[in-house]
Design a protein around this ligand. Structure first.
Ligand SMILES: Cc1ncc(C[n+]2csc(CCOP(=O)(O)OP(=O)(O)O)c2C)c(N)n1
Length: 197
C-alpha cells in the first residue's frame, strides 16, 4: 500500500506496507488524515477479492477518495499458484488440480461488475497489459483514476488483467495468449462505471 504526495515545492513519496487484504482500510485512514496526499493501493486478486473482500466492498461503498490498482492474474502468485477468487472455471491451480469447478469452488468473482452496483463508486475500468495497444489503454485508465482522486470524485479502481507465466506453467508468449484468449473472455474489458461528479 503506497501513498505519494506532490504538495509543496518538492515531491514526497512514501510506500507503506500492510497486511494482505487491509490496503483499502489503511488507505482510508491515510487519505482522511492527510487529504492532500495522493493515496493508492496496488493489490492482487487474492489480496483484494479474497483476503480483503470486506475492506474492498466497504471502502467502495463509502466512496473513499482513493485509487486502487487491482492486478488480476487469476491465481495466488506469491504463495505458489493456489486458486484465487478470480481463477476461471476449468483453470488448473495447485489447489484445483482437476480445474476449478463451478459447484465445488464457485465461479470467478468479477470485481468490476460486482462493485458497479455500489453507489459510492466513481470509476471502474478493466484493462489488460497483454499487447502494446492494451498497455496504452491501461495507462490512460490509470491516469484517469488518479485524476478522479485529485478532483475529489471518490473511489476509482482499475482492474488490470496480467500474466503469471510461472504459476500458470506457461512460457511468456503462451501467457500472453492465455490473457488474450481465455481471460478476456471471462473478464470483459471496458468501463463499468464513470460517474462525472
Ligand atoms: C492476511 C494474510 N492472509 C494470507 C497471507 C498469505 N499470502 C501471502 S501472498 C498470498 C497470495 C496473494 O495472491 P495475490 O493477492 O493474488 O497476489 P499475487 O501474488 O498473485 O500477485 C497469500 C494468501 C498473508 N500474507 N496475509
Amino acid at each position: 500500500m503506497n501513498w505519494e504526495s506532490v504538495s509543496g515545492s518538492s515531491a514526497q513519496r512514501r510506500w507503506d506496507e500492510c497486511a494482505h487484504g487491509r490496503p483499502p482500510a489503511v488507505a482510508t485512514g491515510i487519505k482522511r488524515v492527510l487529504p492532500d496526499r495522493i493515496v493508492f493501493t496496488y493489490q492482487g486478486d487474492g489480496d483484494l477479492a479474497a483476503i480483503g473482500t470486506a475492506e474492498t466492498i466497504h471502502a467502495a461503498n463509502r466512496g473513499e477518495n482513493i485509487t486502487i490498482i487491482f492486478v488480476n492474474n487469476a491465481i495466488y502468485g506469491m504463495t505458489g499458484g493456489q486458486m484465487a477468487p478470480t481463477t476461471m472455471i476449468g483453470q488448473w491451480s495447485t489447489t484445483t488440480p482437476d480445474g476449478r469447478g463451478r459447484f465445488g469452488e464457485g465461479g470467478p468473482i468479477r470485481v468490476c461488475e460486482m462493485l458497479s452496483a455500489l453507489g459510492g463508486v466513481c470509476y471502474l475500468e478493466r484493462v489488460s497489459v497483454s499487447s502494446p495497444k492494451d498497455v496504452m489503454k491501461a495507462k490512460k485508465a490509470i491516469k484517469k483514476a488518479f485524476e478522479n482522486q485529485i478532483a475529489g470524485k471518490g473511489f476509482s479502481l482499475v482492474e488490470v488483467l496480467s500474466m503469471c507465466p510461472t504459476d500458470w506453467k506457461l512460457s511468456p508468449l503462451e501467457a500472453l495468449d492465455f490473457v488474450n484468449d481465455k481471460m478476456k473472455a471471462a473478464f470483459p474489458l471496458g468501463v463499468f462505471k464513470d460517474r462525472q461528479s
